[in-house]
Ligand binder design. Structure first.
Ligand code: 13P
Length: 645
C-alpha cells in the first residue's frame, strides 16, 4: 500500500523530485516582493537534505504561456533560496532535456537543484504524458509540496505523480490539508467563518459549504452589497453583480449568516477625507460602500469573542487604502487575539494574506494558507486534483474502499447518532473512500449528517423500474434524490433469501446505471459450490448474466462475498480471496477491457474484522472491503477504515 507522506518515503541518498510552489510575487525590476512561499517549502527541503537526498525542485512562476520568458525565470528564486538555506543552489536553465538530466545525475547527494520554470513548456499546463515522463525521469522519488497549485491538473502535479509507485505529500502540503480539513470537518466550537472579498461568484461555493459546519458566518467586503441589495436595500454606487444577487438572497436565508449593520461610504475610493459611516439602510445614492462600519466591527467582535475555530477568507473592505482598512485591521486584531487564547485560526486567499501582512499580523494566526484558488476550492469541499493524484496512486489508480453494509440494523435515530460520532473521527482520512449502506428508512438521516463530508452512502438494494405499482420497493431515482452515489445489487441475502435471480440483478444494474448510481455488484459462491469446485463456474454465470449490456464507460464496483463466509466468522484467507479477485480481474479484462479492469475496484466481503482487515488489504487485487457486523460500531468501523497494509 502506498503512503501519503514524505516521512514514509525512503529518500536517503535518492534523487527526489519535489514540486514546490515558488510562484512568488515580483516587483517591477524583477525582484521578489515577498518570499513567504519559498520559506514555506524550507521544512520539506531541510527534511530531505538531512537524509542526504538530492533535492530536485520544480515550480512555475507566472503565466509564460508555454514559451520561455526571461522576465519569469526562476533564477531570482534560486538566489533567494540559496540565501535562506545558506548553501549553494544549482540552477538548471531548463526543466527537461539532456543537459538537465546530466546536471541532475552528476549532482552529489545533498545538493539542491532548482529547475527553470515548468510553464516555459506547453506540456506542463496540458498535462502532456511525454513531458511528464521527461520530468519523472529526473528522479527516483516524487514529493508534492505545492499546495498552492494543487487545484491544477498539470504535468508536475498530476501526470508525474502517476508515474511513481509511491508519490508523497511534502510537509507543507500535509500541514495545509490538516488545517483546512480540520476547519471543515472537526472544528472546536463555536466555529465562526469570516467571508469577504469582492465577488459573491468566487465565494458562493465556499459560503454554501461552510454554512452547515459553522455556528456563524460573517459577511463583509465588496460582496456584502449583493447581500444588502438582496434584502431590498439601496446600496448607492457600491459594487454589486446583478447576476449573483439572487444567489446572495438564497444564502442569506440561513440564520447563521451575519450581515453588516453599517458601512463606511465615500463618493469614490479616492476621496478618503469624505469617508463616513452610515447604517446599511441609509446608504446615500451618490456614495459607495468601501468598508464595514464601527457598529459592524463591534458586532463581529462580539460574535468572535468566544470562538474556538475561525476560518477567514477575503478582506472586509478596500484594505489597500488606509481610510477603508479599519474593518479588516480590527477583525485581524480580534482574530490574532483569539489565537493567543488557543483558538485555531486559519486564513486563506491571496488578498486576505496581503491584508494580514499589511496589518503586521501574519505570524499571529495558527495557519496561513499558501494557496489562493487552491485554498478556496478546498473550502468549497472539492477534492483537488494534485491531492487526489497522491491519494490515488495505490499501485494502480484504485482508491481503497471501506464500505459498511448495515443490513437490517439501526433506526434513523440510531443511524444519525452513529454518523455524528463517526464524521469527525474520520475527517483526516483522505486517501480512502468510505461508504455506508444504511437501511432505506435511515438514509435521509444519514444524508443529513454526512452532507458535504467525504463519507459517501448508498442504498442496500433498488427496484429496476423508475416508479410504479411496486409496493414496498425503492427506485434508483429515490436513492439519487437522497444523495446516494452507490447501490448494492445482488447481495447474497437478496439472492438467497429474497430470490433475486441473475436476470433480476441485471435489470437492477441497468436501472442503477441509468439513474446515475454506481452499482456495487455482489457475487460469490455457496459452500457446496466451493466444495464441488464450482466457484468459478458460479461467478462466470453471475457476472455474465448480471452485467449483460454493461458498457466500458460505465462505472462499477464489484464485491466478492463468498456466501459461506458471510456472518459466519469464517473469512476466506487472504490467499483464497486474492485468487478469486485475480480471476474476476481477468474476467473484466476478457469481457470488457484492460483499462476497465484496471480502474474497477473489487471488494472482499465476509466476516471482515479489525483483526483480519490488514492482511486482506495487503493483497494486490483486494481494493477494499464490504463489511456487515464489524461496521455497526463506530470504533470497529474506524479501525477498518484505518487499516494498514
Ligand atoms: P459480515 O461482515 O457480517 O460477514 O457481512 C458481510 C456482508 O454481507 C457485507 O455485505
Amino acid at each position: 500500500m502506498k503512503k501519503l507522506s514524505v516521512r514514509d518515503l525512503d529518500v536517503r541518498n535518492r534523487r527526489v523530485f519535489v514540486r514546490v510552489d515558488f510562484n512568488v510575487p515580483l516587483a517591477d525590476g524583477g525582484t521578489i516582493s515577498t518570499d513567504a512561499r519559498i520559506r514555506a517549502s524550507l521544512p520539506t527541503i531541510n527534511f530531505l537534505l538531512k537524509r542526504r537526498a538530492t533535492v530536485v525542485l520544480a515550480s512555475h512562476l507566472g503565466k509564460p504561456d508555454g514559451k520561455p520568458d526571461p522576465k519569469l525565470s526562476l533564477k531570482v528564486v534560486a538566489d533567494r533560496l540559496a540565501e535562506l538555506l545558506d548553501r549553494p543552489v544549482v540552477f538548471a536553465p531548463d526543466c527537461i532535456g539532456k543537459a538537465t538530466r546530466q546536471l541532475v545525475t552528476d549532482a552529489a547527494p545533498g545538493s539542491v537543484i532548482l529547475l527553470e520554470n515548468l510553464r516555459f513548456h506547453p506540456g506542463e499546463v496540458s498535462n502532456d504524458p511525454e513531458f511528464s515522463r521527461e520530468l519523472a525521469g529526473l528522479a527516483e522519488r516524487y514529493v508534492n509540496d505545492a499546495f498552492g497549485t494543487a487545484h491544477r491538473s498539470h504535468a508536475s502535479t498530476v501526470g508525474v505523480a502517476g508515474l511513481f509507485d509511491r508519490p508523497a505529500a511534502g510537509l507543507l502540503m500535509e500541514e495545509e490539508i490538516r488545517y483546512l480539513a480540520s476547519v471543515l470537518e472537526s472544528p472546536d466550537r463555536p466555529h465562526v467563518a469570516i467571508i469577504g472579498g469582492s465577488k459573491v461568484k468566487d465565494k458562493a461555493g465556499v459560503i454554501a459549504n461552510l454554512l452547515p459546519q459553522v455556528d456563524k458566518l460573517l459577511i463583509g467586503g465588496g460582496l456584502m452589497f449583493d447581500f444588502l441589495k438582496g434584502q431590498g436595500l439601496g446600496i448607492g454606487k457600491s459594487i454589486f453583480k446583478p447576476d449573483t444577487v439572487r444567489r446572495a438572497r438564497e444564502l442569506a436565508e440561513n440564520p447563521k449568516l451575519v450581515l453588516p449593520v453599517d458601512v463606511v461610504v465615500a463618493p469614490d475610493p479616492d476621496s478618503p477625507d469624505k469617508a463616513h459611516a452610515v447604517p446599511v439602510d441609509a446608504i446615500p445614492d451618490d456614495e459607495m460602500g468601501l468598508d464595514i462600519g464601527p457598529k459592524t466591527i463591534e458586532l463581529f467582535r462580539k460574535v468572535l469573542a468566544d470562538a474556538r475555530t475561525v476560518v477567514w477568507a477575503g478582506p472586509l473592505g478596500m484594505f489597500e487604502k488606509d481610510a477603508f482598512a479599519t474593518g479588516t485591521n480590527e477583525i485581524a486584531r480580534a482574530v490574532a487575539a483569539l489565537t493567543e487564547t488557543g483558538a485555531t485560526t486559519v486564513v486563506g486567499g491571496g488578498d486576505t494574506l496581503a491584508a494580514l501582512s499589511r496589518a503586521g499580523l501574519r505570524d499571529k494566526v495558527s495557519h496561513v494558507s499558501t494557496g489562493g484558488g487552491a485554498c478556496l476550492q478546498f473550502l468549497e469541499g472539492r477534492i483537488l486534483p494534485g491531492i487526489r493524484a497522491l491519494a490515488d496512486a495505490h499501485g494502480a489508480t484504485r482508491t481503497p474502499i471501506i464500505a459498511g453494509n448495515w443490513k437490517m440494523h439501526k433506526t434513523a435515530t440510531v443511524a444519525r447518532a452513529f454518523c455524528i460520532k463517526l464524521r469527525p473521527r474520520l475527517a483526516d482520512v483522505l486517501d480512502r473512500q468510505i461508504l455506508i449502506f444504511p437501511p432505506f428508512t435511515a438514509l435521509a438521516a444519514v444524508a443529513d449528517e454526512l452532507d458535504r463530508s467525504r463519507i459517501g452512502y448508498g442504498g442496500q438494494d433498488c427496484h429496476w423500474e423508475a416508479e410504479g405499482a411496486f409496493t414496498g420497493a425503492v427506485s434508483p431515482a429515490f436513492l439519487r434524490d437522497l444523495g446516494c452515489t452507490h447501490v448494492l445489487v445482488g447481495h447474497s441475502e437478496r439472492r438467497h433469501v429474497f430470490g433475486d435471480s441473475d436476470d433480476i440483478c441485471n435489470r437492477k444494474v441497468r436501472a442503477a446505471l441509468a439513474a446515475g448510481l454506481i452499482p456495487v455488484f455482489c457475487c460469490g459462491e455457496k459452500l457446496d459450490e466451493r466444495e464441488n469446485e464450482l466457484t468459478f463456474a458460479t461467478l462466470e454465470r453471475q457476472l455474465s448474466i448480471g452485467l449483460r449490456g454493461f458498457k466500458e464507460q460505465d462505472e462499477l464496483v464489484i464485491a466478492y462475498e463468498p456466501v459461506w463466509a458471510i456472518g459466519t466468522g469464517r473469512t476466506a484467507t487472504p490467499e483464497q480471496a486474492q485468487e478469486v479477485h485475480r480471476w474476476i480481474r481477468s474476467w473484466l479484462v476478457r469481457r470488457v477491457s484492460v483499462e476497465f479492469a484496471d480502474r474497477t475496484p473489487i471488494l472482499y466481503g465476509g466476516s471482515v474484522k479489525p483483526d483480519n482487515v490488514d492482511a486482506l488489504m495487503a493483497e494486490t487485487h483486494i481494493d477494499g472491503v464490504l463489511v456487515g457486523g464489524a461496521s455497526l460500531e463506530v470504533e470497529s468501523f474506524e479501525r477498518l477504515v484505518r487499516f494498514q497494509a
